[in-house]
Design a binder for this molecule. Structure first.
Ligand SMILES: Cc1cc2nc3c(=O)[nH]c(=O)nc-3n(C[C@H](O)[C@H](O)[C@H](O)COP(=O)(O)O)c2cc1C
Length: 169
């Protein structure tokens, strides 16, 4: 079976702590996963363990001119996608390595799945709904806000919708 490369962008919200579970589920589906974290998300993740799990270093910053580039992506997932990154992405801002990849992915028309994750007070901000709608209009698969949340649990997440959406892209 051929394997496809997935760039998994992880933003700084609670599900970042359990993203190793999502990586495992995606690997079971034969994805080769490269994790790209926002700089703030690195504080929520075990970068070394994820590098061992994926066989690829976790990238969080732009590197110098001689840096090794990532394997070319067949698809991109953003999980969790923060209010901050979603709004900056739609504005075309590239001030993190993750946003740079996401902006290019729009231009390249890559298949993208987004799992937005923002609490109700942020999700009610008019810019957020507008940004998510714009992503949808650009062809991005946008899952419902906090669809990966499992009840009131703080450290349990339901990654199924992300894996299923990637099956379909
Ligand atoms: C404990 C804690 C929980 C947070 N939870 C969320 C969240 O669920 N969703 C969100 O959009 N931002 C959340 N934030 C705010 C983001 O971490 C913050 O906006 C950050 O700048 C996002 O950076 P990034 O988009 O580059 O990953 C949280 C922050 C803290 C400290």
């Amino acid at each position: 079976m051929t394997t496809q490369v997935l760039h998994l962008v992880v933003c700084a919200a609670p599900p970042a702590q359990a993203v190793d579970e999502l990586v495992g589920l995606l690997q079971n589906k034969n994805w080769t996963v490269c994790v790209i974290a926002t700089p703030r998300a690195t504080g929520w993740m075990d970068i070394e363990a994820l590098a061992r799990q994926t066989g690829n270093p976790v990238r969080d910053e732009y590197q110098g001119p001689d840096s090794e580039s990532l394997p070319r992506a067949d698809a991109i997932a953003v999980a969790p996608a923060t209010f901050n990154t979603v709004n900056k992405w739609v504005a075309g801002i590239s001030d993190t390595f993750a946003l740079g990849l996401l902006n290019e992915a729009i231009g390249l028309r890559l298949p993208i799945v987004v799992a937005p994750y923002a609490k109700a007070s942020l999700a009610a901000h008019p810019a957020y709904a507008r940004s998510l709608q714009t992503l949808g209009e650009w062809g991005v698969t946008v899952l419902p806000n906090e669809v990966i949340r499992v009840g009131a649990a703080r450290d349990v997440f339901g990654w199924g919708p992300v894996v299923d959406a990637l099956d379909r892209v």
